[in-house]
Design a protein around this ligand. Structure first.
Ligand code: ADP
Length: 226
């Protein structure tokens, strides 16, 4: 489970302190998802970066399963993040010189024991996202929607407990965005990870049962979607 309690984030600036997150609480049980809506600049990426242990909160506590990432040293934290948290960003961040299959395997390279099992899982995930016929293609040889599918498979290769998605469909046309949104939900019900997705798209958010808005740094629950 994910427990974020009383998370605040302030950035000191020349003209004073910017309060980006104020006392944010977010709890997810295993297999639950939440979507966070809000306009550009409201702090959505900051919240995801904190949940993903990429940056520390100014105050508040975070726990993922039985681990408090704030208590880990830098090396332990990097290992924890690699094993337990997957990220999908607006940009796919695939390595252009690596094939689709190689890109998905990159997060497994730090584990020496990965070997054949990792390649089998990568192939199975890529088949699941509809790319069984593109394993040896390079990112430049596939479409934008396909690149984002590869990024999703890469984020899931280590079977993370938590998947964080930051505007994952922001660069895609409407139809492709819908299929990528559906794919994330399908994979979640299949694999049982927790999912936090941030977006400014009401359309994408509408597909999720638990929705929040980030308003003036506070997380407000929204009524369930129809
Ligand atoms: P969103 O993802 O909702 O577009 P962000 O989380 O990226 O918003 O940013 C929220 C606000 O925090 C923005 O106004 C941004 O300028 C500010 N901000 C983000 N990072 C820093 C930083 N390192 N120093 C100062 N201000 C920052």
């Amino acid at each position: 489970m994910l427990i974020a309690e009383a998370i605040t984030k302030n950035y000191p600036t020349r003209t004073g302190v910017l309060e980006i997150l104020r006392h944010v609480d977010l709890n997810l049980a295993d297999g639950q998802s939440a979507v966070v809506l809000g306009p550009s600049g409201c702090g959505k990426s900051t919240l995801l970066n904190i949940l993903g242990t990429l940056e520390p909160p100014t105050s508040g506590s975070l726990r993922l399963d039985d681990v408090e990432p704030g208590r880990l040293d830098e090396r332990e934290l990097a290992g924890f993040r690699n094993r337990r948290i997957g990220f999908v960003f607006q940009e796919h961040h695939l390595l252009p010189q690596c094939t689709v299959l190689e890109n998905v395997l990159i997060p497994t390279l730090v584990r020496r024991d990965s070997g054949g099992a990792a390649a089998d899982r990568a192939r199975a995930l890529l088949t699941r996202v509809g790319l069984a016929g593109r394993l040896e293609h390079f990112p430049a040889e596939i479409s934008g929607g396909e690149r984002q599918r590869v990024a999703i498979a890469r984020a899931l290769i280590n079977q993370p407990a938590l998947l964080l998605a930051d505007e994952p469909t922001g660069n895609l046309d409407r139809r492709t965005a819908e299929t990528v949104g559906d794919l994330l939900l399908e994979l979640q019900s299949l694999e049982g990870f927790m999912l936090v997705l941030v977006t400014h798209s009401e359309r994408l958010a509408g597909r999720f049962p638990r929705r929040y808005a980030l308003i003036d740094g506070a997380l407000e629950p929204l009524a369930a979607s129809a």
